[in-house]
Design a protein around this ligand. Sequence first.
Ligand code: B12
Ligand code: SF4
Length: 487
Amino acid sequence: MKAVVISSFGAQNYAEKYIQAKLEWRNFWDAALFVDGSPLDVVDFAKSRGVRLREKSCGGASRHVYVNGLVLGNILQEQGHDTTIINAYDEGDTKQKTMLLAAELVVISTNYVTGRWVNELCSLVAALRACGSTATVVVGGFGVYRLLDGDMAEERCAAVMESGVDVLIEGRHGIGSLLKVANSTRLGAKRIIRDEDDFRMTPEHLSARTWPLELQSPHTVLFTSTGCPFTCHFCSYRFFLGEYAPLPIREVRKMLDATLRRSLIPVSCLRVVDECFNVPEDRAVSVCREIRDVNADLIWCCFARGDRMTPRLARELRSSGCALVSIGLESGVPEMQRTMNKNLDLAGVKETVAILRDEGIQSVVSLLVGFYGESISTVERTRDYLVELRPDLARINVWVPPPGEAQQALAREFGFRVCDGSWAHRTMSEIEACDLARSLYKETPDISFVPPFSSIFDQWPELIGRGLTPEDALMQFLVYHRHVIAG
Ligand code: B12
Ligand code: SF4
C-alpha cells in the first residue's frame, strides 16, 4: 500500500504559535520580541542579528526531524508498505500535496500539536477529501487523548470524523491497530479504537538512513526511558506515558548506535528523553559512559531532578558532553512544593545548580505559575528564591490542566472550573497567571528567561546543531532577554 506519514502539523514556528494563542494569554506574549507584528524566538532573533549559523544541509525547512514519524515510517516500510514521511505539513507545499493525493493510507500524528489543532486537523483532512483523495486516514498520537477528554469531546470527535478521518487510535502507541488497518483489504466502518498495546520500539525503528536528506538532522533525541518515577500532581506524564520504564543499559546503547550510526549525516547534538536523568544515579553514570564511549564529541542536554545532583555525576555528565541540564523547579515555596507533590528540597536545588556550575554545565530551571494555592505572594517568594538560586536561564510555564483534571481531588478541593476555554480555581485564574508570568519575566532583571511559550529544547539543540558552542548558544538567550527588558 502507498502510505504517507505526517509527523506534525499545525503551528510549526513561534509566529504561527502566536497567531493560534488564546486571547487571554496575550499579556504573557508581551514578554517576546516582535518584528512587524510577529514574535521572534531566540533562534529567529539570532538569525535576524546576523549570528553565523551553519547552513541547513538537511532537516528541510523545519527545525526538527520528528522521531515519531521516522519510527512510524520504518514500521510501515518493514511491513512492505511503500511509505513517505512528511515531517511538517504545509498546506501550500505542492510536493506534499502530490504525495498525499497518491497515497492509499495517510497516517497523521497528533504528538506535536498546539492551540487550535483540532480545527487544523479537520482542514487538513477536508482539503485532502476535497481534492478527491480516497485514502484511509488514520489519526493517532498524544493529542487523541486530549481530543477524547472533557466537556466538548463528543462534538470535537464528531467534527474530526466528519472531516474525513476514518480511524482514530487512542493509545500510547497503537501500532498493532495501525498495522491491522494498513494490512487489511477492507476498511470497514469509521471507528475509534482504544489500544493500549505494549509495543516495543527497536533500534532499527529509529534509523534515518533509508530516508531522504531532508529527513536527516544534526540534532535529534536519544530515547532512554518512558514515563517518570515521580508523581507531581500537575503533570500529564503519568496520564500520557503510564508507568516509569527505564530501558536497560544495553538497549540504551543499541538506541544510541542506531541514532548516531544510522543517519546519513553526522549527529552533533542529542536531547536525552528521560524525565529525571539523574535518578537513579548509577544508571545515569552508565548512560554517560555509553555516550562517551560511542562519540566523545557529542554535545547533549537532559532533564534532571533538582535536588539530587552529586559532584560524581556532574563530572560524568561533563566528560560525556552534557552541556545543559534542565530542572523542573516549578516553585520556590515549600507549601507549593507539597501541594504539587513535587517535594523538592529547595536547599538541595541550590546545591545542584552550584555543582553543575562548577563543572561548567549550564542550568535552566522551569517554573510553573498558577497551580492550586498559587497567589501573588507565592509568585513573589518564588522570584526571591530564583534570584538567590541564579540559574543560567529560567523558563516560565503557565499551568495547563491535563486531561481529566476536573475529576482530581485537588480540583474539587480548590473549586477548579473552566469557563469560555479558560481555567480558574479558588486562588488563581489563567488570566491572572499570565499577568504574573509576564511580571516575573519582565521585572526580574537579575535572571535571564527563555521567551514565553517556547521550549529550550526546541531552540538550544538547533543552535548547537547549526554550529554554535554551548557558551555561544547561551549568549543568544541572554541577549534576547536583555532586549526584552530594555523594551
Ligand atoms: C523530544 C520531545 C520534543 C522534541 C522533538 C524532537 C524530535 N526530533 O523529535 C521537541 C523539542 C521539538 C518538542 C516540541 C514540542 N513538544 Co514535545 N516531547 C518530546 C518528548 C520528551 C519525547 C518524544 C519522543 O521523541 N519520543 C520517542 C518517540 C519514538 O516516541 P513518540 O514520539 O511517543 O511516538 C510514538 C507514539 O506516540 C506513537 N504515535 C505517534 N503518532 C502516532 C500516530 C498514529 C496513527 C499511531 C497509530 C501512533 C502514533 O507511535 C510512535 C512510535 O511508537 C515527549 C514526551 C515523552 N516522553 O514522550 C514530549 C511531548 C510529545 N511534547 C509535547 C509538547 C506539548 C510539545 C510542544 C507542543 C511544546 C510547546 N508548547 O512548544 C512542542 C511542539 C511544537 C513543535 N511543532 O515543534 C507533549 C505532547 C502533548 C500533546 N500532544 O497533547 C509531550 C507528550 C510532553 C508533555 N507531556 O507535555 N518535543
Ligand atoms: S518529575 Fe517532571 S516528569 Fe516527573 S512527574 Fe514531576 S513534573 Fe512530571
